[in-house]
Design a protein around this ligand. Structure first.
Ligand code: ZN
Length: 417
């Protein structure tokens, strides 16, 4: 179960109950929200827990500042969400003056998305010193992010890994996003005190209050299913099309398909490995498998890599080309008559459409040799057109390649269900 809350920056407050700086505080989310209703306004829509540690057990380990008062200073390594009159941002190492001048500020983490790129969560956990936080464990999670248009996105999920939450924040359009406290700290209530998701019994020291919401029904995010406990590891074979003397399609400004295919394949492999999937690449350098220009032998060799690895799924990655420059968007192909192939193609296309924002041309069958010669459900994706100016500009951007690779990985992981 997940819940998405979106609001404009001016409609987001940080409700801080009376605290003694550095001392434990002991109010539940409900009590903080009731205080906000009493002292500020009854007119609000949702309140969310933020905090890492408060209550009778000890003072907060998160920076908390509001209206010029710094209640706790927190851990300087953690990213800080700051609200000023100009909007809301997430920063590392803001100055004390910046924090004091802010409408409110709090620190949390780890970084999930930064500047539109996925953060290395494991490295972030280490850097911030979040002891006990595991990126791959399934538990209650919450995150907060900022969209390109400045809107604030809160996301809560009762059973997800940090990698899944990262994917969710990206697919919700966040340019920057950080994790909030998980487990028993996850809680969202409405003004009547109704628990919309999570828990509210924990004593915490502040809450985010969303006065007015936008996008009441944003696209539902479906995080991939977790690996069944004790089950066999999923094996995925990824085939970056072309290589070596065969560049594949080439754009007007010289971008070679073989290079884009390999960059995306490596990124997909990385995301799948982080989700505990075994990945086999048909090539991980700029080469061909069979020397000479026998295309049939080359493609047969690629399918053979997947068959030898006894892969559960096969994905060949390509970029498209057309004789006219106005053809744009992506296509996904599967072998005729393969039900699982069709399912894989649809799941990848659905996730890719959200991640890339590119035009969905078609999901269709094709009698391609790599689809025919592989013994498992197999899919070929055409990422976009190198002959189209807009597609090609995106396919040059490392941040875009990160985003679409995560989308593709997301689609494959959804086959675990
Ligand atoms: Zn190709």
């Amino acid at each position: 179960m997940s819940l998405v809350t979106v609001a404009r920056p001016k409609d987001v407050d940080l409700a801080v109950p009376p605290l003694t700086p550095g001392q434990p505080s002991g109010l539940t989310l409900r009590q903080i929200a009731d205080g906000y209703s009493q002292w500020v306004t009854r007119d609000w829509a949702r309140a969310c827990n933020v905090e890492y540690r408060a209550g009778p057990s000890g003072p907060s380990v998160s920076l908390i500042a509001e209206g010029g008062t710094v209640w706790t200073t927190g851990d300087p390594r953690w990213p800080v969400m700051l609200a000023t009159k100009d909007g809301i941002s997430i920063k590392e190492f803001p100055s004390e003056a910046e924090v004091k001048a802010a409408r409110w500020a709090f620190s949390a983490g780890p970084w999930l998305v930064r500047d539109g790129k996925t953060a290395d969560i494991a490295a972030e956990i280490k850097r911030c010193g979040f002891s006990g936080l595991m990126e791959n464990s399934l538990r209650e999670r919450a995150a907060i992010g900022i969209r390109e248009d400045g809107a604030i996105v809160h996301y809560a999920n009762m059973s997800a890994t940090l990698l899944q939450v990262q994917a969710a924040m990206l697919s919700l359009g966040c340019r920057d996003a950080i994790g909030l406290d998980g487990g028993g700290s996850v809680g969202v209530i409405d003004p009547s005190g109704k628990v919309l998701i999570g828990y509210t019994s924990r004593q915490v020291c502040c809450a985010l209050v969303f006065r007015r919401l936008v996008d009441e029904h944003p696209a539902e995010v479906q995080p991939p299913q977790p690996q069944p406990k004790g089950g066999e590891k999923m094996i995925v074979c990824i085939d970056p099309g072309h290589g070596g003397p065969d560049p594949g399609a080439v754009s007007a400004d010289g971008i070679q398909e073989k290079k884009v295919n390999l960059s995306v394949a490596k990124r997909v492999a990385e995301y799948l490995r982080r989700a505990d999937v075994q990945v086999v690449l048909t090539r991980d350098t700029d080469k061909e498998l069979v020397l000479g220009n026998d295309d049939a032998a080359e493609l047969r060799a690629r399918a053979q890599v997947a068959n030898n690895a006894k892969a559960d799924f096969f994905l060949s990655i390509h970029c498209n080309a057309a004789s006219t420059s106005d053809a744009e968007g992506f296509e996904v192909y599967h072998y005729p008559g393969s039900t699982k192939g069709a399912m894989l193609a649809t799941k990848i296309a659905d996730a890719y459409a959200i991640a890339s924002g590119l035009k969905r041309r078609k999901v269709a069958t094709a009698n391609f040799q790599v689809l025919r010669d592989t013994a498992m459900p197999a899919v070929l994706i055409e990422l976009g057109f190198l002959t189209n100016k807009a597609d090609c500009a995106l396919l040059k951007e490392p941040a875009f390649l990160d985003k679409i690779a995560l989308g593709i990985a997301f689609g494959i992981l959804n086959m675990r269900a």
